[in-house]
Design a protein around this ligand. Sequence first.
Ligand SMILES: Cc1cc2nc3c(=O)[nH]c(=O)nc-3n(C[C@H](O)[C@H](O)[C@H](O)COP(=O)(O)OP(=O)(O)OC[C@H]3O[C@@H](n4cnc5c(N)ncnc54)[C@H](O)[C@@H]3O)c2cc1C
Ligand code: SF4
Length: 446
Amino acid sequence: MGDPKAFLKIQRQEAGYRPIHERITDFGEVEQTLNTNDRRLQASRCMDCGIPFCHWACPVANKQPEWQDALYRGNWKEAYDVLSSTCDFPEFTGRICPAPCEKSCVLKLSSDEPVTIRENEAAIVEVAFREGYIKAIIPKRNGKKIAIIGAGPAGLTAANRLNHKGYQVTIFDKAEAPGGLLRYGIPNFKLNKNIIDRRMKILKEEGIIFEMGIEIDPQKLPAGFDGYCFCIGAETPRDLTIPGRELKGIHFALDILSQQNRILEGATFSKDKLINAKGKKVLVIGGGDTGSDCIGTSIRQGAESVTQIEIMPQPPVGHNDATPWPQWPLVLKTSTSHEEGCTRRWSLTSNQFIGKNGKVAGVEVEEVEWIPSTNGGRSTMKPTGKTEIIEADLVLLAMGFLKPEIPQFPQNVFLAGDFVSGPSLVVRAMADAKIMVSKVDAFFNK
Ligand SMILES: Cc1cc2nc3c(=O)[nH]c(=O)nc-3n(C[C@H](O)[C@H](O)[C@H](O)COP(=O)(O)OP(=O)(O)OC[C@H]3O[C@@H](n4cnc5c(N)ncnc54)[C@H](O)[C@@H]3O)c2cc1C
Ligand code: SF4
């Protein structure tokens, strides 16, 4: 531990975001970076607690105190070596992880100023790329061939780890390029796609074979492999089957998000396929992160207005007694997209879509009350009869994804990521893939 008293002298300093008026004119990453000296000072705030709650809270079990110390001492190579021993792609998690580690940092409890763990992680990996610490290493082959189906964070983590263990890995994906939701879900303003390409180049140099644009039927496994890893995500969006659902102008969130990301990669779409918010009154149904990504995307496309509604009540601001430290706090989250300008409303259910000439013109919503359960179960929703119409000529459904049904697979098939857990987080998909890799390795080394 570099400076045992730094946390008393140095305050949390976030790198912050590009000014709103500037960032909404492009799809570039919104987050900024600190200079090297300030970054090291931030790392010095880590107290190297006897019980590292941050480590416990991190799904991939990063050893934060160790790499904070190396970073504080200016030993970036050591910091990267420790970080990459547990996290395969810190350039992804360092950008888009919601950082449960920071919520459980002891400095969060004592001063509400946790160590900037996520930002420090991103800084370490950026230096590692810049200084050439990340080099392709061609492993010694062990004679076994593995097919990985799905090139999202789970599949890529599995490919990386199995390849380093000597397996010859081929990764199949039905999309045109690897990344899964990193590439075709998460907007560029949170994660620029050159960050994925940079890593894919290394993985290819290390001998991983990428077969893109190939959809694998789980019942017809490709021949010639000793084992298979299915990491195909949770792709079925939750629908809103209320009257008027057939009207034009109602889309699933991922349709607009993936299309926008593809457009930024040079793809073109015919006018009848294009989903664009320019000049529209946008209504996002669903108050979660995907909904928030729809807000930022709609604003950048030039929406006239954006409203986000959520069926659940507004969470408490700042602190929630129901989820005390070191748990993940269920509190109001305001994303950079929210800050860019939108109206947010809670406790609203949607009764019907209102149409005009076959196109959506609004949604009839109704206020609901949530009655707490008396036996510790889930609260129940009670409609109040107070209805109103929210005008909208583009409605985006962001109500999550269904948990996939897993078919029966033979013994040499392994599973990880959202495909197993249902919709989750990048870091959880990566953590799950690490466990899967241990199972694969144990299977072939019985
Ligand atoms: C809009 C949006 C924003 C998000 N933002 C964040 C965020 O900021 N932070 C965060 O931590 N998490 C976020 N998430 C969640 C996160 O992206 C997922 O939890 C994570 O990507 C799951 O990884 P995965 O590898 O299991 O699946 P996926 O990323 O879904 O990858 C699955 C891959 O399998 C491929 N595939 C599917 N079926 C087949 C088939 N039959 N044959 C071949 N290939 C197939 C797909 O094309 C895809 O590439 C977000 C999710 C969405 C939808
Ligand atoms: S991966 Fe997420 S939880 Fe783990 S250290 Fe990084 S930001 Fe924290």
